[in-house]
Each structure stands twice: as C-alpha cells, then as structure tokens.
Write a protein that binds this ligand. Structure first.
Ligand code: ZN
Ligand code: ZN
Length: 289
C-alpha cells in the first residue's frame, strides 16, 4: 500500500528573491521549486527557482538519474525560471525532458526559457543542454502526462500564470502560485474568480499556495499579485482542503515571521472549526500523499 504513495518535496519555499543567511536557516532561503515523485520513479518538477539547484544536488548525491522528467512552469518571472540552467540532468545526453508552461502573448515557453540563456545574460547557451527537451505551451486545459491527469487554471497575477492540479489515483495535489486573492473589501474583489478557484481546489489532498504576505503587509501591497494569510486560510477552509501548505514567502520574511504566519493560520482554522491542516514546509522536507 505504501508503495503507492506520492512523494511531495519542497526545494525552495521563498518567493521573488533567494535569501540565504542566518534568518532563513529553518525554512531555507531558496525560491520556488517542488517535486512530485510517483511510484515507479516518475518525477514532476514545478518551477525552477533556485530550489531546483538543491534538487539537482540531491539527485546527484543519491545517484538518481531522472531520465524522463516533466517540468511545469507556473509563469516566467525570474524566481520561477532563472535557476533552470543549474539543473545538471539537463546537460546529460540520453535524458528526456518536457517543459510545460503558459506562453506570454506570442512568446512561447521555449523562447521564454531559452532567451535567458542567450550568452549575454548567462554564459551557457540553451543549445548546450545535452538532453532532449520538448516544450508545450499551455492555457487553461486538461490533459494526461504519463497517464497522470493534469488540469490548469489561469491565476490572478501579472501576465499569464497557471495553477496546476495533479490527479493521480484519486489523490489531488494543487500547485497554485503566484496568485492574489482580494479580500471582500478590496475594489478588485472578484467573486466569480474566487468561486472558480474554490471549485478548482475543492477537496484537495494538498494545496500548495502563495502566502507571500502577512495580513498587515497586504494592506500596502494590494495589486502586487500575491496573497496574505487570511485569504489563503479562507480559501482552504471553504474548499475543504485537507492540507494547506504555505508557500512563496516574501524575501523579507525571516524564519520567525514564517513561524508567526503559520501560527496565525492555524489559529484562524481552529476558530473556524476547520478540518484543514496547515503546514509551513521547510526546504528539503518530504510529505507522503
Ligand atoms: Zn514568484
Ligand atoms: Zn510572479
């Protein structure tokens, strides 16, 4: 039975900018990257912030060769793509990768990724990757990858940003970052969007989502494309999410601030008598689903 579990691992939990140092020892200072490992060794990676370097080192240290791997990009902001050139398996001949993500207007995912490796902004060019790499531009759609169901939804963030639902043998894992949930009092509050997202993540086994700000900080950061604790807790409770993972923390958030956000979220859920469990995952932490 246990052989059938999905392994969810966090490789970078901060957003926007990597923040190494003494204030981020507990949760880690790397940017967005998680992985899902399925029975049989299939590996899905979500985003390529600096956490993907930690994943690359982990795979090398454990002599795991990810021969056929899928990489899903939420959107091409730096903290979600700029460490892709540090993912060593991309340089190995015989490896196969598929990279999925939303095009931006008429700029394809392939261009979005390869243009950051043009020899000027980064010394190694895209063509120096030795693996076979295929790209697929996504919009809101549903499809199968290696027999695993994927569903996408456009999120509330500048540019085109996709949230992902992974459905494997009746287990539902959602990767929803970056995303702004406006409180009801906000002029941009959009009930239609909120209902659509609530339906999308309903009964999730795992909801990994943007909780960039504290509620106090959000007051001056409305419109920046990110959410705060209260909105995320409300969404998870309303959608009857089993486990909520707070993700994409502001670069100015120290371990103590993340601890406090977690405490606040847990207290809010308790007050609601909610069955949702809330976790602030740490870099390298493993969860079995
Ligand atoms: Zn981000
Ligand atoms: Zn972003």
């Amino acid at each position: 039975m246990n052989d059938d579990q999905i392994k969810l691992r966090f490789w970078g939990v901060h957003g926007t900018l990597p923040v190494p140092g003494k204030n981020t020892v507990k949760y880690g200072g790397n940017t967005s990257c998680i992985s899902l490992e399925f029975p049989g060794g299939k590996l899905f990676i979500f985003d390529a912030g600096t956490g993907i370097k930690v994943l690359s080192d982990y795979l090398t240290a454990n002599k795991v060769r990810p021969v056929s791997t899928k990489i899903f990009i939420s959107h091409p902001h730096w903290d979600h793509i700029n460490a892709l050139p540090f993912f060593v398996p991309l340089y190995m001949q015989g490896n196969n990768f598929e990279i999925y993500g939303p095009s931006q207007g008429n700029i394809s995912m392939k261009k979005l990724i390869s243009r950051q490796m043009d020899g000027i902004y980064f010394p190694i060019k895209f063509k120096e990757f030795g693996a076979n790499i295929h790209f697929r531009d996504l919009k809101e759609e549903e499809f199968k990858v290696d027999g695993i169901n994927i569903k996408t939804m456009l999120l509330n963030h500048p540019g085109h940003c996709l949230g992902y639902c992974v459905n494997y043998k009746k287990r539902y894992i959602y990767y929803i970052t970056d995303n702004e949930l406006y409180p009801k009092s906000n002029q941009f509050y959009n009930e239609h969007y909120l209902n659509k997202l609530t339906d999308f993540v309903r009964n999730a086994d795992a909801l990994i989502t943007d909780c960039t700000y504290t509620d106090k900080e959000y007051e001056t950061k409305s419109g920046w494309g990110h959410s705060s604790v209260k909105q995320v807790v409300d969404l998870a409770d309303r959608a009857k999410v089993k486990t909520l993972y707070l993700y994409h923390h502001d670069p100015d958030h120290t371990d103590a601030v993340i601890d406090a956000k977690l405490k606040t979220a847990q207290a809010m859920l308790k007050k609601k008598n909610s069955a949702t469990i809330c976790i602030a995952p740490k870099e390298r932490e493993l969860f079995k689903i």
